[in-house]
Design a protein around this ligand. Structure first.
Ligand SMILES: Nc1ncnc2c1ncn2[C@@H]1O[C@H](COP(=O)(O)OP(=O)(O)OP(=O)(O)O)[C@@H](O)[C@H]1O
Length: 706
């Protein structure tokens, strides 16, 4: 299943490659072929297929002609998506949708979605069957958690004690039936009764202690693991966030909880279940071989049912997880854009979209529940029949005068009950762990993505001068896409004020992100004070930096918190100095709560211009040596902008301003026009205009956005 918003093409390619025997997965393909948020074009898919040894043949055809395609093949779907066509049936087509899983689409819907373009991929002479799949590694996923072993052993000892007590109780029952009832032994009854009560008390105490230990251990484990994953998430590179929906990241993060519960606390139960199942089986065998065979037979039937139905259950669960992630995405998107939705009179349409997603999630949830219901019934039936058979055969054995008493029969049924519940819970756990791969793979998308590179280095030299040297810089968002900058040389002296201008879409923001170390150039290098950024380390570099980007946000808290970025050592004087520089001080003190006024991440009491100046104050609070401003004053009126510009120009630091407005450009010492620096855009993404290959699809139709 795709995890990045724009990788449906890559996911389709992985499916087809796997079908032909080149076992690969998305993580491996993602490493091999880079894709930007704009997704893959059809011709890029052909190129990638070629690299995997698959010959691509694009075809334009009508819906009725789908059955003539060599399957599996890729269909261009709903203008911005790719799916794999698996089968053509009388009622519709069976597709594997990278965003939703396998499903049968009726002809009417297929007619609406299919754009008429398909891509057949077949192995050519160079194709080699191979396996290129990232080994799934739970250890890497969980990372290091301190205190895991000692906590697990504590729980294990307590639970073991509890199980031994439980193992003794059938013996009490047997003694009561065979000795107390048969011989009318009152004093034995009193001894047994008191013993039984004491055992129950002990059992209750140990059970409470065990639950408490599990709870305590589970909570601290969750805290440390969720903390590890969250800090890793924040260290991921810029493109990770750019390519994913917010809701999807949230739902992936939540997988931590499911995995942690199953893999840790439940693991203790499972070890005990295994142990107890073996012990009870041993005891049962001592009681009667014949009856034990019945119990084992029933258990094997249960295992068979679970194994045979695993695939269906896995599919249903994965679809439910994915549907619920999509629902969450829609929710977050709608809440963020509530004003836009209202202004466009789209409330009803958006509610319908959300309701559709909710219905989808619920329906998929129902399928899972239905399956569970079926398992439950199968369970009841199998083990009900087992019980009947035990009583039937057991009673015959007691009646037949064999060496088998009524008490033994009752004790045996109790042991059989214990065995079945423990052994079936073992099987259920095995299924659950296999299913957990799904959650694991989702979480792996966060945990196994390498963090931003070159952040910490062992550079120990003196702090570099705040000058920037760019040499032969080349960057594009993905292979096969046009270069945004190439062969770019740029020198910005320490203390210089430079404005970078250029038409919209020319690459100013991209250049700013490269200069800030947020994007990694594919060619050339950036030096700070003569030291290569990779050697200096981004952390050290960012200590020198102040930046305001176009989509910068505020955080929930007071204005003072936001300016100081929650600095615990912040002083009101320093906060005020930064605000005065950003020309926001007067506005803040005019508010009833001054610097303590609360702002939020979304709507806030600040105007657009005020927000921009608070964000600017936040950048200036750091007392940067290099200041990068991307359209940082675009919401200000001319007079305020002039004042802010003048204040910034008075700072004796290196300033790089990206702007359109002539006033801002004029305030800089030097204006660099990116359109003159940038190499003319190279040929468009490979093959995009190659008419021999392209069946005439407009490039913007080919990208995937699902
Ligand atoms: N994440 C991305 N993936 C793929 N292409 C991108 C991405 N971000 C930007 N681009 C493309 O890179 C080009 C340069 O974008 P950039 O935002 O750097 O331009 P800009 O000069 O800052 O524009 P503006 O002045 O409108 O802010 C644009 O064609 C844009 O479509």
């Amino acid at each position: 299943m795709q995890s990045e918003a724009a990788e449906c093409g890559l996911a389709c390619l992985a499916m087809i490659a796997c079908y032909h025997g080149y076992e690969t997965d998305l993580a491996a393909l993602r490493r091999r072929f880079s894709l930007s948020l704009k997704g893959a074009t059809l011709s890029r898919l052909i190129d990638m297929g070629q690299a995997l040894g698959l010959h691509g043949r694009p075809v334009r055809l009508e819906l009725e002609e789908l059955d003539q395609l060599k399957r599996p093949c890729i269909l261009h779907w709903g203008l911005n998506h790719f799916v794999v066509l698996k089968e053509v049936r009388r009622g519709g087509v069976v597709i594997h949708d990278p965003a939703q899983g396998a499903r049968t689409v009726p002809w009417a819907e297929a007619g609406r979605q299919f754009t008429g373009v398909a891509l057949e991929l077949s192995p050519h002479a160079n194709f080699r069957k191979a396996r290129e799949v990232d080994p799934f590694n739970w250890r890497a996923l969980i990372g290091r958690i301190h205190g895991l072993k000692s906590a697990l052993s504590e729980v294990l000892v307590l639970a073991l004690l509890l199980e031994i007590l439980a193992l003794l109780s059938p013996l009490f029952t047997q003694a009561i039936i065979d000795q107390v009832l048969a011989d009318g032994d009152h004093s034995l009854l009193t001894v047994l009764g008191i013993g039984f009560i004491l055992m129950l008390l002990l059992q209750a105490a140990v059970s409470a202690l065990r639950s408490w230990t599990v709870m305590r251990f589970g909570t601290s484990l969750h805290l440390s693991w969720a903390g590890n994953v969250f800090s890793h998430l924040l260290r991921l590179p810029e493109e990770y966030f750019a390519k994913r929906h917010l809701g999807d990241i949230v739902s992936r993060f939540q997988a931590v909880h499911a995995i942690q519960h199953t893999l840790t606390t439940r693991v203790v139960e499972v070890i005990l279940d295994g142990l107890m199942a073996t012990l009870t089986l041993g005891v049962m065998l001592i009681y009667s071989l014949k009856l034990s065979a019945i119990v084992l037979g029933a258990f094997l039937v249960y295992v068979l049912v679970r194994v045979l139905s695993y695939r269906v259950q896995f599919e249903a669960t994965s679809q439910q997880v994915i549907a619920s992630a999509q629902q969450q995405s829609k929710f977050l998107e709608a809440v963020r854009g509530a004003t836009t939705i209202r202004l466009h009179n789209q409330s009803a349409a958006q509610s319908a979209r959300y309701m559709n997603a909710t219905t989808d999630t619920l329906n998929r949830g129902l399928v899972v529940q239905k399956l569970n219901l079926i398992f439950g019934s199968a369970n009841t039936l199998i083990f009900g029949l087992e019980n009947t058979a035990i009583y039937w055969v057991g009673a015959l054995m007691v009646l037949g005068g064999a060496d088998f008493s009524a008490g033994m029969l009752i004790a045996f049924t109790m042991y059989a009950g214990m065995f079945t519940s423990r052994a079936s819970s073992l099987v259920n756990y095995a299924v659950q762990v296999k299913m957990l791969r799904l959650q694991g793979q989702r979480l792996a998308d966060i945990v196994l993505t390498p963090p931003e590179r070159h952040v910490e280095t062992n550079y120990a030299g003196p702090a570099p001068a705040p000058s920037i040297q760019v040499r032969n810089l080349g960057f594009r968002y993905a292979e096969g896409e046009a270069w945004i900058v190439r062969h770019l040389d740029l020198d910005i002296a320490a203390g210089e004020s430079v404005a970078i201008a250029g038409p919209s879409g020319m690459g100013k923001t991209t250049l700013a992100k490269l200069l800030l170390g947020l994007l990694e150039p594919q060619e050339g290098e950036i030096r700070i004070g003569g030291i290569e950024l990779k050697r200096l380390g981004k952390r050290a570099y960012r200590e020198m930096l102040g930046a305001v980007l176009q989509d910068d946000t505020l955080f929930a808290g007071s204005i003072a918190d936001n300016i100081s970025f929650f600095d615990v050592e912040a002083t009101p004087l320093r906060i005020e100095a930064a605000s005065r520089l950003a020309h926001i001080h007067e506005d803040i003190v005019a508010m009833p709560m001054g610097y303590h006024s609360l702002v939020g991440d979304m709507g806030s009491t600040l105007s657009g211009g005020q927000r921009q100046r608070v964000i600017l104050a936040r950048a200036l609070y750091r007392r940067p040596k290099i200041l990068v401003l991307d359209e940082a004053t675009s919401h200000l009126d001319l007079a305020t902008e002039r004042a802010v510009n003048a204040a910034i120009q008075r700072l004796r630091i290196t300033r790089i301003v990206l702007a359109h407005r002539p006033e801002t450009l004029a305030s800089a010492q030097r204006v660099i026009d990116l359109s003159t620096l940038r190499e003319p855009a190279g040929p468009h993404p490979a093959g995009l205009h190659e008419s021999s290959r392209d069946p005439g699809v407009r490039p913007n139709e080919e990208k995937c956005d699902a």
